[in-house]
Structures are given as structure tokens and as C-alpha cells.
Design a protein around this ligand. Sequence first.
Ligand code: 1CP
Length: 376
Amino acid sequence: MSRKSFPAVKNDLLLRVCREEGPVAETPVWMMRQAGRYLPEFKALRAENEFVKVCKDAHLASEVTVQPWRRFASGELCEVARSLPWAEVTAENALDAVIVFSDILTIPAALGQTLTMVPGKGPVLTPAGDAFRQVSPEDVSRFVEDELGYVFDAVFASRMKIHSAVPVIGFSGAPFTLFSYMVEGGGSKTWAAARAAFYRRIREDPHFLKPIESVVAQYLIGQYDAGADMLQLFETNADELPAEVYSEFVVPGLRRIVAQVKQSRPEAIVALFAKDYRRLEDLADFPDVLGVGWKDDIATVLAKIKARGLSKVPVLQGNLDPAVLLSGDLEILHKVKELKIKMKNEKWIANLGHGMMPEMNPSMAKTFLQAVKSSL
Ligand code: 1CP
């Protein structure tokens, strides 16, 4: 298989920051969980359509993917920015990427667990048990194409819908986070069952996650081929294991996934978001982009990475506390300014340190985007 050919991305700021050697004057920006949850147009679409149906229908999924771009593509000034003499909006397009509407739980679903979205609770998977599908190495490509091809269709439809105006970001859950959800059957406060199962499994076979790794790598490659230029690995549960366990038993798999994707698709940009991992600097030598969660100080993370003396420092992405968006426009402007000072002349993709929340509104997102794009 190979990649379809596409018209070049028009606003390629995000790609340039990742690919070019030197600094790029402007800062690209997007928001984790920008599609869905808080947007009224998403809520309206969801009221009519079940979550899994939206994921599986390329028309609906691409519709949700491009909703934030439709809203934020024009560089209108937000009220607060307009009233401040030191805030001058310099860019026309506020939002520099769209992320495909899907979920990390598509892989557990493909492996045989039934996924349902329970209102007020979140995603629920039927128990993994013995029904767990084992995919042998020679079957991975076919399996991913058959079971997850609908995500590739959603990526392709999204890119077509916006005529390659901005890059489309594809994503996957990383193996440990997927394993946690598969064991628990959904989200968990403590993740104790997931950790317990993980300890048992690595004792039997330290490489037990390898079959999931191959699926993840192939899944990312498929999204790249369908039109996603950046691919993000979400390791939301990186901090749910002791750091030394994570480092010994999980990080090598992340390295293998990134290596496999980069080897077969050198132009693909790979981002890793290992949320709150205490040794983030140890991950700096393999992804193109390294996400920084909101609990970390991005300047400290950068200093620790630089102290490693690597030949190439990854682009950092993040890390505004999403709660800042709930604290008012002035606070958003102050905090974004602080971040800009920390990341001045550094390679940086402005983003939140985790996702948008359902209780947020579009005006908060807009203030954040305009604050990044203004000359604050
Ligand atoms: O911008 C976007 O929303 C893009 C699509 C997207 C992404 C990147 C969705 C749609 N989910 C995800 C990733 C995802 N899903 C992660 C990793 C990143 C993160 O930490 O946010 C995780 C852990 C999930 C699992 C998940 N899906 C949860 C968390 C449950 C828990 O208790 O831990 C929830 C609530 C969902 C549902 C979901 N996924 C996406 C949307 C829009 C929703 C809301 C559900 C709805 O519409 O009813």
C-alpha cells in the first residue's frame, strides 16, 4: 500500500515548524479534543446520532472534524484582544490543524470488545476475557484495513472537505493506555485492575503488548496514507505506572512504533503525548513532537531535554492548563503570554495540556486561539 496523492496543504505552518531546521516566526496552534464535546454544533449532531455511528460514518465523522475549523478559520478579533492595545492579531487563520473525529477505543473495539457510550458515564467496553482477538504479525495489515478502514475513510473525507486548507491530524491510543481501558472496560479512578493485570502479564511475557504495537503502527500508517500528515500517540495513562516500570516495559514499545512509522513513511510527523510521565526528557530522542501535559512546566521540560545534548530536539506541544479557559478571557491572555515568553525562539506548537471539556464554550477557545496569534 502507499499514500494517495493530495494537493499540498495550504496553511502548512504546523508542518513547517516540525520539518524545518531553524526557528519559524509564527506559532501553530490547535486544541486537544477540539472536535466534539463543547461545540453546540457537535452536540446537535450527537443528539441525532449515536457516538459509534458518528465514528463509523465518514460523512458524519468528517463533519465533526471540520466543525472547529469552520468556526475558527477566520481571524476575527475576540472582544478582549480588541480592547487591549498590546494585543494585535497578526494571522488570518487562527486554527492551524484539524484532528480526525474518532476515539482511542476503536482498537479495543476492532479486537472484539463492544464499545458503547453511556451518557453521563463515558465509554464502556464489554469485558476483554477470552474473546480477545490475537492478530498474528502477517495478518496485521489486512486486519487493520478490514476493521479500522472506516477511520481512514474519515481522515480522507476530512482532508477533502477542507480542500487541504490545514493539516489533518490522525491519532491512536498508545498500547499501555489501550490495555488499561481493555482491562477496566472503560475509564477508572485508580486503574488498579489495569496495573494488576499489567504486572501479571509482564511477568509471564515482558513483550506481551507487541501484538497491539503492530496494530497501532499499522493504524497510524493507514491514517497517514489516507491524508493525515501528523499522527499523535495518546498515552493518557503514562503516569499510572511507576516511572521505572513504564520506562522498562512500555517505552521500548513506543520507540518501536515510532521507528516503524518513520521507517515506512519518512514524511509523516509523529507526536507523542505521554501525559504527566515524570521522565519526559527520556522520550525526547524519537518522536518529532513531544506533548507536555498541564502539570509540567514546559520551560523545565525543555531545559532537561537540552541537557541531554541531542542532535535534534523535538518540537514541544502544549501545555496550557485547560482550566485556564474557564477562568476568564484576561486570565487566558495572561497565561498564554507567560507561555509565549517561556517558548520564545523555541520550536513550539501551542496547545492545551489536555483536552477541551464539555463545560467550555467556543468563545473560550476563540480567546485562546487569538491570544496565541496576537502579538501579546
Ligand atoms: O478533538 C477530538 O475530540 C478528536 C477526537 C477524539 C480524541 C482524540 C475523541 C472523541 N476522543 C479522543 C481521544 C481519547 N478518547 C483519549 C485520549 C486523549 C485524552 O486523554 O483525552 C481517551 C482517554 C479517550 C477515551 C474517552 N472517550 C473518554 C474518557 C473516558 C474516561 O473516563 O477515561 C471519553 C469520555 C470518550 C468519549 C469521547 N471521545 C471523543 C468525544 C467527542 C467523546 C465525547 C462523547 C460523546 O460525544 O458522547
